[in-house]
Design a protein around this ligand. Structure first.
Ligand SMILES: Nc1ncnc2c1ncn2[C@@H]1O[C@H](COP(=O)(O)OP(=O)(O)OP(=O)(O)O)[C@@H](O)[C@H]1O
Ligand SMILES: [Mg+2]
Length: 231
């Protein structure tokens, strides 16, 4: 279980996260929804450790994470697929995947075959430059790179943003499989609500740096959406 308790964060003196309490379970896709600028990315970076919370606690299976830097959290089993993908455009697909091996605690130096089973395109394009891939292919590469480390917690920040429907569906199936077959804790920041309903189990709705509602994704009703999400 990934537990977040009273987590707070400020950029300088601008408080962006206020006493966030959340719990994400293995085998489930937990969705973080909310309008632009409410603090979703800031929350993901606080879980990964690239930003350090100013207060509160964070633990994975009762192991405290708050004082650990991002590289130690990666070894503890947390991986982030960042918003905007951020693959290395001047490295090949294979080299991009090899970067993910750094998160592993064992000495395995090979990209696991199952990454290519999940995203066959990465195999056929293994020697192409990351920057030559389409947006959807880059997103698959970013997810593949995170999975190379065999994370227990996979954080994804808006993976469907600007991506064609066929690849969105493929990504959803991979997330479903990771949760169901490998018991991964999947945390999905997502504004595309059809995707949340199709592939998500639970949701937290954020507004202005606070969690204002949560429940099963089937309970993410049009009333809630109208109150907190529509513009
Ligand atoms: N590096 C930064 N320095 C100062 N303020 C920042 C910084 N990054 C983000 N913010 C501010 O923090 C707030 C939350 O931003 P964040 O990127 O976490 O939102 P978000 O929910 O991910 O938005 P989006 O849906 O657009 O990705 C916003 O008001 C934003 O302007
Ligand atoms: Mg964001």
């Amino acid at each position: 279980m990934l537990s977040i308790e009273n987590l707070s964060f400020a950029y300088g003196n601008v408080q962006v996260l206020h006493n966030i309490n959340m719990a994400m379970a293995p085998g489930e896709v937990t969705c973080i929804v909310g309008r632009n600028g409410v603090g979703k990315t800031t929350l993901m970076k606080n879980i990964m450790g690239t930003l350090r919370a100013s207060g509160g606690d964070l633990s994975l299976n009762n192991v405290q994470l708050r004082r650990l830097p991002a590289n130690r959290r990666a070894k503890a089993g947390i991986a982030l697929v960042p918003q905007g993908r951020q693959i290395f455009p001047k490295l090949t697909v294979q080299e991009n995947l090899l970067v993910g091996l750094q998160a592993r605690t064992n000495r395995v130096k090979k990209i696991p075959d199952e990454i290519y089973d999940m995203f066959p395109i990465l195999k056929s394009m293994a020697r192409r430059m990351g920057g030559d891939l389409s947006g959807g292919q880059q997103q698959q590469l970013a997810i593949g790179r995170a999975l190379v480390g065999e994370p227990e917690v996979l954080l994804l920040d808006e993976p469907t943003e600007g991506i064609q429907p066929s690849i969105i569906q493929q990504i959803g199936e991979v997330l479903r499989q990771l949760a169901k077959e490998r018991n991964v804790i999947v945390v999905l920041v997502e504004q595309y609500l059809d995707f949340v309903h199709e592939f998500g189990h639970r949701f937290y709705l954020m507004n202005r740096g606070r969690s204002v509602a949560d429940g099963a994704t089937s309970e993410l009703t049009s009333d809630l959406v109208a109150a907190h999400l529509s513009v």
